[in-house]
Design a binder for this molecule. Structure first.
Ligand code: NAD
Length: 299
């Protein structure tokens, strides 16, 4: 089974390497020649174009920045169409994080062109991509899920079939909506604690063992000290960059509006991360939003 791997950036590059190391037959390509070359240097067979890879593929795996890139690559806007280049009944597996409605549209286009489609966005970041410990949230049929599982286990640790096409993206957007809000809540709690005279360690000891316990405190604690591995101890180097959280909450806001959901905190979090990411927060871990909150508080 040949896998055309399209998009060799921060995530796709190491994911393609892991597939090759596990013995899969991969043909990779990125629009940026240096990234295609880097993959070749790491032992990944590469193609001269995305369409050339797709033409020889059983599965076309895309790991691209946004929904518009996925749809353009599928339909051939400004480039050769992957849907046209691939042999009939190819499985199009998109692992990019894109909007739920874009994922459903991509699947409709693939099926209309005589192919199969799945969405399988990931969480776990670049470290998860490098260590093959990603979590995959997968949308598509049971039969196609059975077909992609042997691939996904070689790039990740937790593989969850969430339902039909688009529901992988739906699960990812809901997870990151909750995560974005809880990281702000943790930040507000720690800034308030500072004002009230609590040490970071005491507040951590209480909240990480009480009903406020959450990943945003126990793992990604927004202040240095209590969790030595959290980005706060490393000048807020990501981790998960503010720009990516702003992007994902933009997708959440779109889903909230389309679904008519009264998600006031989610919409506020989306605005706060958009402002945060427009400045230096874009390249910092998203937990650095605590500094924005502290700076905006009365001195
Ligand atoms: P990236 O920008 O580093 O990589 C994307 C790559 O796609 C780029 O190298 C680009 O040149 C290439 N590309 C774009 N259009 C192409 C085309 N038509 N043909 C071939 N190559 C093309 O992005 P990334 O950080 O690797 O993220 C990829 C996806 O994974 C995004 O949707 C992102 O939201 C998601 N994601 C990222 C992280 C993370 O920590 N970086 C974590 C979880 C999910």
């Amino acid at each position: 089974m040949t896998i055309a791997f399209i998009g060799l950036g921060h995530m796709g590059g190491p994911m393609a390497v892991n597939l090759v190391r596990a013995g899969h037959d991969v043909l990779a390509f990125d629009l940026v020649p240096e990234l295609t070359e880097r993959a070749r240097d790491a032992g990944v067979p590469v193609a001269e174009s995305a369409a050339a890879a797709a033409a020889r593929a059983d599965i076309v795996l895309t790991m691209l920045p946004q929904g518009r890139h996925v749809l353009a690559a599928y339909t051939g806007e400004g480039q050769a169409s992957l849907l046209e280049a691939a042999p009939p009944d190819t499985l199009f597996l998109d692992c990019s994080t894109i909007a739920v409605d874009e994922a459903q549209r991509a699947a409709e286009l693939a099926v209309a062109a005589g192919h199969r489609a799945m969405d399988a966005p990931v969480s776990g970041g670049v470290v998860g991509a490098e260590n093959a410990t990603l979590a995959f949230m997968v949308g598509g049929t049971d039969a196609d899920f059975a077909r992609v599982q042997p691939l996904l286990v070689d790039m990740g640790r937790r593989i969850v079939h969430c339902g039909a096409n688009g529901l992988g993206q739906a699960a990812k957007v809901c997870n990151n909506l909750i995560l974005g809000i809880t990281q702000i809540a943790a930040a507000e709690g720690f800034v308030l604690g500072e004002r009230l005279g609590l040490t970071h360690q005491v507040l951590f000891d209480v909240t990480s063992n009480a009903s406020a316990q959450c990943w945003a405190i126990s793992t990604n604690c927004p202040v240095p000290g209590p969790v030595p591995t959290s980005p706060a101890n490393n000048d807020y180097q990501p981790g998960f960059a503010g720009a990516l959280m702003a992007k994902d909450l933009g997708l959440a806001a779109k889903a909230i509006e389309l679904g008519g959901v009264d998600a006031k905190l989610g919409m506020l979090a989306q605005r706060l991360y958009a402002e945060f990411a427009a400045g230096e927060g874009g390249s910092q871990d998203f937990s650095a939003i605590i500094n924005t909150i502290r700076d905006a508080s009365d001195s």
